[in-house]
Ligand binder design. Structure first.
Ligand code: NAP
Length: 515
């Protein structure tokens, strides 16, 4: 069996002691083991901090070139990465491409931003400000790279994109990164790290990888470091409260749970393109990656008079989903990533049944695996006939192929009240053409979201799925979603930079800012 190593201080090192196994979640076949016992993670952070000088000495254009090389290194081995995601992540080929192409594309997008920013090594923030009566005394805000390490703790569901989307932004901003992928699906991240060192000739210490339990990693964080976490909200709270994080005011970004909503407007007619878009988005989010997407639609609100129609149309589409071993071409939805995920999802479905009943779902017989093998749960549509704030459906994220359908009275105000009961989300999508309804709904939802997508007739043929995170738009959300913000083009760089206000002679400040 393959024994995985971590990549620390520019070399591969294995831990000692008890190991954790990585499985194929469809067949339950063990694929590899890993262990981080005895690894000196404090030293690894120091080595990474030292490598930061190298990045800070480079221009944005040069850092962008590095990202371009990393993107190419993944592109060259795309098929290998897809195969690993199928084996270790329970991904169908489509799911795997979504993750891996997302990684390649995000690195390339930040490479382009590096090229745009050119020869500079630091950025100004806003215009200069005259501070006195004359023009001589001047103020200017600058953004400079922090001199620590960007520690990235990632979730199991996007081992490639999660690695790349965070690393791209940090490296372009001028910070070295230490990545801790979720252990259960780490094979893709390990291969990426190999490719970065073999194909892209990454300088030692600029990217490090901890494969397995985090041990005392976070106890060694210091004031110039940053921590970006993606995962469950309970873990997020633990990490925020870490001793070192509190003692050194470590800057922390959290991307956590989210009860993303899809709201069908009252003007959307049967047979329309907009209804087709809404149905496609809901079904895709239920089944893509077996619903294990932070941006997946969990709550679906439909005007009362269209509820029966929508239940029928969604059930028809879900009945066509073929669950099984994702290595088979005829399978359209794979298993959940781990046994723990499966038991959490089943417990979550039971919990939601305090306010909802099953409209579509039940026992599943997966294709291509012996009965009882694999961490499968079939696509499940629940129906909550009388939704209220405080119901489990507005409180609990079931991180799997599960969504709950709910009626509302067709007014923007009622839809907004129900969606806002979710306590803050990453993304919600609204569907319709009635401008006044859409304006009222979007304005009421905006403070509670990081992103909103509007599916109208004009954009229906070209619309991008709400579950697709784009490098040019921010990803994150308030409240339950963790309060974080990532990506968004140049905006994402700010997390890795220190904003400093300079006061002094105008010509001198302009000379410094030009560096
Ligand atoms: P998780 O159990 O919270 O784990 C996330 C990461 O944290 C893993 O790498 C895990 O490592 C690590 N971790 C756990 N305890 C830790 C500790 N005490 N110190 C340091 N690291 C620790 O979440 P998950 O099960 O991987 O992901 C599912 C959740 O993530 C869902 O709730 C989903 O909503 C959320 N999610 C959010 C987003 C977003 O962008 N907002 C994206 C994806 C997922 P091990 O694997 O080694 O335990």
């Amino acid at each position: 069996m393959r024994e995985l190593a971590s990549y620390l201080g520019g070399r591969w090192v294995r831990g000692t002691g008890p190991t954790q196994a990585l499985l194929n979640p469809a067949t339950e076949e063990p694929l590899a083991t890993t262990c981080t016992g005895g690894l000196d993670l404090g030293r690894a952070l120091e080595q990474a901090r030292a490598a930061g000088a190298l990045l800070r000495a480079q221009s944005f254009a040069a850092r962008g070139e590095l990202l371009r090389e990393l993107s190419r290194a993944l592109h060259v081995a795309r098929e290998q990465l897809i195969a690993l995601a199928i084996a270790n992540g329970g991904n169908t080929r489509g799911d795997a491409k979504f993750d891996i192409d997302g990684a390649i594309g995000t690195l390339a997008a930040y490479a382009d931003i590096g090229a745009e920013l050119g020869d500079r090594r630091l950025l100004t923030d806003g215009d200069g400000i005259a501070l006195g009566k004359g023009a001589r005394l001047y103020g200017q805000h600058l953004l400079v790279p922090r001199e620590g390490v960007a520690v990235h703790v990632n979730a199991f569901n996007f081992p490639a994109w999660g690695f790349a989307e965070k690393a791209a932004v940090a490296l372009l901003a001028g910070m070295p990164v230490l990545v801790k992928p979720a252990t259960s699906t780490a094979l893709v991240a390990v291969r990426m790290m190999e490719l970065f060192t073999e194909v892209a000739a990454l300088p030692p210490g600029v990217v490090s990888l901890v494969v397995g339990a985090p041990g005392d990693l976070l106890d060694h964080l210091r004031g110039q470091d940053v921590l970006a976490f993606t995962g469950g909200s309970v873990t997020g709270v633990t990490l925020r409260g870490g001793k070192a994080a509190l003692a050194h005011s470590v800057r922390i970004n959290v991307e956590a749970d989210s009860l993303n909503a899809a709201i069908l407007g009252p003007d959307v007619d049967e047979g329309s393109e907009v209804l087709g878009l809404f149905l496609a988005d809901v079904v895709r989010d239920l089944t893509q990656k077996a619903g294990q997407k932070c941006t997946a639609i969990r709550r679906v609100y439909v005007p009362k008079d269209k509820l029966e129609l929508v239940v029928g149309l969604l059930s028809e589409r879900l009945a066509a989903v073929r669950v099984g071993d994702p290595a088979r071409d005829d399978v359209t939805m794979g298993p959940l990533a781990t046994a723990q995920q499966r038991s959490d999802v089943l417990a979550g479905i039971a919990r939601l049944q305090s306010c909802a009943s099953v409209a579509h779902g039940g026992k599943v017989e997966p294709l291509g695996v012996p009965q009882g093998t694999g961490f499968f749960v079939g696509p499940t549509l629940l129906l909550a006939p009388e939704p209220r704030a405080g119901d489990a459906v507005h409180e609990h994220e079931v991180f799997g192929p599960v969504a709950t359908l709910m009626p509302y009275d067709g007014s923007a105000a009622s839809a907004a009240t129900l969606v806002r009961a979710g306590g803050g989300g990453l993304v919600s999508s609204v569907y319709g053409d009635d401008k006044e309804y859409l304006r009222e709904l979007v304005c009421a939802l905006a403070p509670f979201h990081g992103r909103l997508t509007i599916g109208s007739s004009k954009v229906a043929p070209v619309a991008l799925p709400p579950g697709m995170v784009l490098p040019s738009l921010i990803h994150g959300g308030p409240g339950r979603a963790g309060g974080g913000e990532e990506l968004g083009g140049r905006r994402g760089l700010a997390f890795y930079q220190q904003r400093v206000a300079l006061q002094g002679d105008r010509a001198l400040l302009e000379a410094i800012a030009g560096g």
